[in-house]
Design a protein around this ligand. Structure first.
Ligand code: PMT
Length: 408
């Protein structure tokens, strides 16, 4: 899983995982582990059919507790008389993954003829459903109707993926990627304190072409920005990412505008900014671009064995431009990648770019800056608050940055 999905900090939250009869049932074990890495407690119910594919013991061995199977089972640690009500009283979210066509039908019509369907009916909190089935079953009118009904009943629905399924058929029906299901669940657990906010995030490097094959760039992986984007998304914001070239994948709820050069990033950001409430620019934008040699490949022979001189021209400063056109109520966060005089540079950029908050990292420090999953930040805001944070996962840094900006 890419690092921007590894949000911990859901300590004290319990997710009840419902597993139904599908070849994808084994993937629920990985989901349980991913939820535990987010610090969630996990309990589970396996339908009879699910228990033919994976065993309750596998979930218990991973630390899920209690693990229910039959209505009249005595699950260790469970309320044996009222097990069908217990998740509704004690869990914070109910996640049914994979959900078979049969279970979807039961949920849609409110049937309660086994432990999982009883528990779902008695569950008043957020319910997430991630189906998996044969594409023809998924396309069947009855399943389409049940899917719509689940939406009307308030289920958070994670649409299955396209591709080939176990029986050899191809189409829609594969269990959605783990990241999509995890994010839908964590979003249901997270405070929605950024709901309704439109947030712009830039991330990654830019690439400034010189000839047909060469470009000027830097080692940004985009992870820091991806964490900032995901934290805002989990907290309910409507997030648009302007991404330089990276290999990052985002959940389908995040809008991604891919760009390559600083000029393209500038165009995209200046277009989007007037409609945004907040922006956080983490991208490592090239301050200069080479004056292009041309559209063809520069041939070594043409340099006749001597060195070459490449000319550079200045790229626009995106952050400064957004700061300069900031309207009342808009909030702007900038980053600073420094090797020395971090505090001085942070203060200078905060002021000169009209920012509300600046996050400066020492990129020469191990475990900080480019290409790693952690960062060490010095943060200062326009109200004069200054904080030095220890080395933290970038997910945690991102969460804290929004906390800091939302402070009054
Ligand atoms: O992507 P990762 O591998 O996770 O690495 C994270 C990071 C090191 C890239 C990130 O933490 C970081 O420090 N990002 C800012 C990098 C940078 O370009 O810093 P700067 O001090 O040169 O720029 C200051 C600010 O102005 C930044 O918000 C930058 O996005 C912005 N800027 C810079 C130049 C430019 N032409 N336009 C800009 O908007």
């Amino acid at each position: 899983m890419q690092p921007h999905y590894e949000f911990a900090g859901f300590m004290g939250k319990r997710v009840h995982l419902g597993v139904t009869g599908s070849i994808a049932a084994y993937k629920a074990l990985d989901l349980a582990r991913a939820l535990q890495r987010a610090d969630c407690m996990v309990s589970a119910t396996l339908t009879k059919a699910a228990a033919r594919f994976v065993t309750p013991l596998s979930f218990e061995a991973l630390g899920a507790s209690p693990v229910y199977t039959d209505m009249f089972d005595e699950a260790p640690g469970a309320d044996t008389a009222f097990g069908h009500l217990e998740p509704g009283q004690a869990a914070d979210a109910l996640l049914i993954a994979p959900a078979s066509a049969n279970t979807m039908a039961k949920l849609a019509f409110g049937l309660a003829d086994d432990m999982l369907s009883c528990q779902a009916l008695a569950f008043a909190g957020p319910r997430i459903v991630a189906p998996a089935m044969n594409p023809r079953m998924w396309a069947a009118p009855a399943t389409r109707r049940n899917w719509d009904m689940l939406g009307e009943l308030g289920y958070i629905r994670v649409t299955p993926d396209d591709g080939s399924v176990a029986c050899g058929d191809t189409g829609t029906g594969r269990l959605a990627p783990q990241e999509e299901i995890l994010v839908a669940t964590l979003k249901a657990l997270a405070p929605q304190d950024m709901a309704g906010k439109r947030v712009l995030v830039t991330l990654g490097p830019t690439r400034e072409p010189w000839d047909a094959v060469r470009f000027w760039s830097n080692p940004s992986s985009g992870t820091m920005g991806a964490c900032v984007a995901m934290a805002a998304y989990l907290r309910g914001a409507d997030v648009t990412v302007v991404a330089g070239p990276t290999s990052l994948v985002f959940p389908c709820g995040v809008t991604v505008t891919p760009v390559t050069t600083a000029l393209q990033m500038f165009e995209a950001c200046t277009d989007l900014w007037p409609d945004m409430d907040m922006a956080c620019l983490t991208a490592a934008v090239a301050d200069y671009r080479p004056v292009p040699f041309g559209d063809t490949k520069f041939k070594k022979a043409t340099s006749a064995g001597a060195g070459i001189t490449v000319q550079f021209e200045t790229n626009p400063d995106i952050l400064k431009t957004l700061g300069g056109s900031k309207r009342e109520g808009q909030k702007l966060i900038g980053f600073a990648a420094e090797t020395d005089n971090i505090r001085g540079e942070a203060a200078r950029k905060l002021e000169s770019k009209n920012l509300d908050l600046i996050a400066a990292n020492n990129i020469s420090r191990q475990g900080s800056g480019f290409g790693v999953a952690t960062n060490e930040m010095y943060v200062m805001d326009a109200k004069g608050r200054k904080e030095q944070w220890p080395q933290l996962p970038k997910t945690e840094v991102a969460w804290r940055l929004w906390d800091h900006l939302l402070l009054d």
